[in-house]
Design a protein around this ligand. Structure first.
Ligand code: KG4
Ligand code: ZN
Length: 334
């Protein structure tokens, strides 16, 4: 079974082909980062228009890379929620109409389900049930994954997502958009201990997060130290990253202790953070557990994770009518 995956929820156009027998056969990604950089963030209308331009060429490249034609496809999966409505509509209209023209089924995929299942694209896969920490630009969630399609939310951010906090602090440090990876790079030059930021909500029970206060604390330090020199910027970046990671690790440890689950999946854009991977890994080893994460390019948005999630749905015979519907916000369980 050949499944085409389409991702257009934000500023990345991703197209991929997943084969039930041979695994991932093609994966094409176009990032709009350069297009939005001058605005310091994603401009939704520009994002939608660029997805329109890139989808068809990326489809052709994917089919070529997979060594198949569009007539070999058995299903099409596309991201339908959550995300930028205009951007989602481009992928949804493209996916549904191509499937209709080819007379094959199409399936609307939840973007976060794609992130959650991305480690399944790796040679060594986690066994169900497992815990997952989803850390992206829009979400920070702790989830139990019982099987494909059975997700239970344990806790989430009550305000900013971890990636969003990274991006906002990075912007004030004068780093280019999207700032997460840039801030992390700068943090490696910083001196630990010069600044100390709070570990929000670690002093109360539960598995929810809050990153807005921590972000404000970092922003206040940037302002009180202005005009700010490069070493101070690096020290703030280092302390901020450490506080976010400590908080994430703390909540993950609590989730492991509360659920008894010994497998943790790290997914979403912030899962590309090397320091987070290392810290989560060593915490899980202390708990006699194991961590799984996708390769770096499958942490951030991509079509491969959508193709895989779609394949899992299509193989169970799910049928969806020819309706094009997208949602800006939507819980994973719906
Ligand atoms: O999953 P993703 O590509 O898009 C969403 O679904 O939101 O995640 C993007 C987020 C951005 O906030 C970006 O700054 C962050 O992931 N990110 C990182 C790193 N690489 C990407 N944050 C911290 N460290 C990184 N190395
Ligand atoms: Zn994402």
């Amino acid at each position: 079974m050949y499944v085409l995956g389409i991702e257009t929820s934000c500023d990345e156009t991703g197209v991929a082909v997943y084969c039930s027998e041979r695994g991932l056969l093609a994966h094409q990604l176009y990032s709009q980062v350069a297009l939005h950089a001058e605005y310091g963030g994603v401009v939704p209308e520009i994002a939608s228009r660029d997805h329109v331009k890139k989808l068809l060429p990326l489809l052709n490249l994917s089919l070529q890379q997979a060594g198949i034609t569009k007539f070999d496809l058995n299903g099409i999966a596309y991201t339908s929620r959550p995300g930028l409505v205009g951007a989602l509509l481009v992928g949804a209209a493209f996916g549904r109409s191509l499937a209709w023209a080819l007379n094959i089924p199409s399936i609307a995929v939840h973007h976060l389900e794609g992130h959650l299942l991305a480690p399944m694209l790796e040679p060594e896969q986690p066994a169900f049930p497992f815990l997952a920490l989803l850390v992206s630009g829009g979400h920070t969630q702790l989830v139990t994954v019982e099987e494909v399609g059975k997700y239970f939310l344990l806790g989430e951010s009550l305000d900013d997502a971890a990636g969003e906090a990274f991006d906002k602090v990075a912007k004030l440090l004068g780093l280019p958009y999207p700032g997460g990876a840039e801030l992390s790079k700068l943090a490696t030059q910083g001196q630990a201990g010069r600044f100390h930021f709070p570990r929000p909500m670690t002093d109360r029970p539960g598995l929810d997060f809050s990153f807005s206060g921590l972000k404000t604390a970092a922003i206040n330090s940037i302002r009180t130290n202005s005009p700010i020199d490069l070493p101070t910027k690096a020290d703030i970046a280092c302390a901020f990253e450490e506080a976010v990671i400590d908080t994430l690790v703390f909540k993950c440890r609590r989730a492991v202790l509360e659920t008894g689950l010994k497998i943790l999946v790290l997914a979403g854009g912030v899962a590309a953070n090397q320091r987070l991977r290392t810290e989560i890994n060593s915490m899980m080893l202390q708990q006699d557990g194991k961590t799984y994460y996708p390769r770096l390019e499958f942490c951030t948005d991509n079509g491969a994770m959508i193709a895989y999630a779609g394949y899992q749905r299509l193989r169970s015979g799910v049928y969806e009518p020819l309706v094009i519907e997208v949602k800006a916000r939507c819980n994973l369980s719906r």
